[in-house]
Design a protein around this ligand. Structure first.
Ligand SMILES: Cc1cc2nc3c(=O)[nH]c(=O)nc-3n(C[C@H](O)[C@H](O)[C@H](O)COP(=O)(O)OP(=O)(O)OC[C@H]3O[C@@H](n4cnc5c(N)ncnc54)[C@H](O)[C@@H]3O)c2cc1C
Length: 347
């Protein structure tokens, strides 16, 4: 077994939401996988995939060409760079330095308007990162209150997309949270560009002293240099068993890189990627044994939207949906993450 990746490490994004409050630092989020790979007898190759010829089983990489028998793609997608003026905004999912800049800018600002927003992908309704954006927004609100300077800031939320409440399938918990916190809300306004002084929409502008923005996701850029079937925005098309269409039994995809036939509310979350991975492995092992298996991944949305002082648990599947708000949920999320990461800390 060979792993091709830029670094033999895991960077754990979900806990970056607590960097602005000083609860986590880079060293708490980065885990070396060297011992883990050694224990599982995986050969590690440092590099990036740049293209693929799936019909002839050839992978093109920054360190040369590789042949494979079966290929698992788990290389995520990219954040879109379509809106002009992104140099004026902080994109927290760009990695640790971006989140750190959020922390520093918040500490330096004495007063003003802080705008938080995300965009979605009309061709790919699942390709957005709304929940982490809400966590940065609510976390900032809580942090400013704790620092007793919330009254000096005006908080604004914006998105050109549909209501998150609609996606969550519940009646208004997000709107209630925004209203209770005194956050001005702009939903469904078309984004034109970002400038140093604010945000330009199709129908007007909002002044902003600091803007945090998470663009929609698009497929991995290298996939365009491949013969894989791609969706309109470059995600790799697969069935709900994580087998890539046309290359079943040979090429598999899990996580944010894939395009799966699911309803629009099934999110691109780590939780979903875990479901993909379990399903993928079962099917791959079945294919290797020559047994026709057809495991499919669980389609659900389950997420604790953390607020630093509590949280909002959002759940949706094909039959049920609910949202539950509780102060305990902040601690539940921290406990979950601690437990989840234990395996990487001790291996
Ligand atoms: C701020 C934030 C908070 C989040 N919070 C949550 C949460 O609370 N709960 C939740 O379920 N989800 C959360 N998510 C979403 C979750 O992190 C992602 O959905 C999940 O990491 C996707 O997994 P993945 O394996 O597809 O991609 P990734 O975790 O991004 O892993 C992709 C890997 O591929 C490697 N790679 C990239 N390009 C190449 C290449 N060309 N060649 C080889 N290797 C490559 C990368 O180095 C990386 O190791 C959050 C995301 C963000 C940004």
């Amino acid at each position: 077994m060979v792993l091709l990746a830029p670094k033999p490490e895991l960077f754990y994004y979900p806990a970056t939401i607590w960097v602005p409050a000083g609860l986590y630092q880079e060293r708490d989020l980065t885990f070396s996988l060297e011992r883990f790979l050694h224990r599982h007898d995986v050969e590690y190759v440092a590099g990036c995939v740049t293209g693929l010829e799936a019909t002839s089983h050839r992978l093109y990489t920054t360190v040369g060409e590789m042949a494979y028998e079966r290929l698992v793609i788990a290389a995520a997608g990219n954040t879109a760079r379509k809106v002009h003026g992104l140099e004026h905004v902080c994109i927290p999912c760009d990695g640790y330095p971006a989140v750190l800049s959020l922390q520093r800018r918040l500490a330096a600002l004495q007063e003003g308007t802080l705008a938080f927003g995300f965009s979605g992908n009309p061709h790919e309704p699942t390709a957005l990162r709304s929940e982490p954006l809400f966590e940065f927004l609510f976390g900032t609100d809580t942090l400013l209150r704790r620092q007793k300077r919330r009254d000096r800031f005006h908080l604004v939320f914006f998105t050109p997309c549909m209501e998150a409440d609609e996606r969550w399938g519940s009646k208004g918990p997000l709107q209630r949270e925004l209203a209770q916190r005194g956050i001005e809300c702009h939903v469904g306004r078309g984004l034109h560009w970002f400038g140093a002084a604010g945000i330009q929409f199709a129908d007007g502008e909002i002044p902003s002293d600091f803007t945090v923005f998470i663009p929609e996701l698009v497929g991995p850029s290298w996939a365009k240099q491949s013969d894989l079937p791609l969706s309109e925005d470059g995600f790799i098309r697969a069935d709900t068993g994580c087998r890539v269409l046309g290359f079943e039994g040979k090429v598999y995809v899990a996580g944010d890189a894939g395009h799966f036939p699911t309803p629009a509310w099934v999110p691109r979350h780590g939780h979903t990627a875990n479901h993909h991975a379990t399903t993928l492995v079962r099917n791959l092992l079945g294919d290797m044994r020559g047994e026709p298996t057809q495991h499919t991944f669980r389609q659900e949305l389950i997420y604790i939207v953390d607020t630093l002082e509590g949280g909002l648990l959002v759940f949706r599947n094909h039959r049920h949906s609910f949202a539950w708000r509780s102060p305990l949920l902040h601690w539940a999320k921290r406990l979950f993450i601690r437990t989840y990461l234990r395996e990487y800390r001790t291996t």
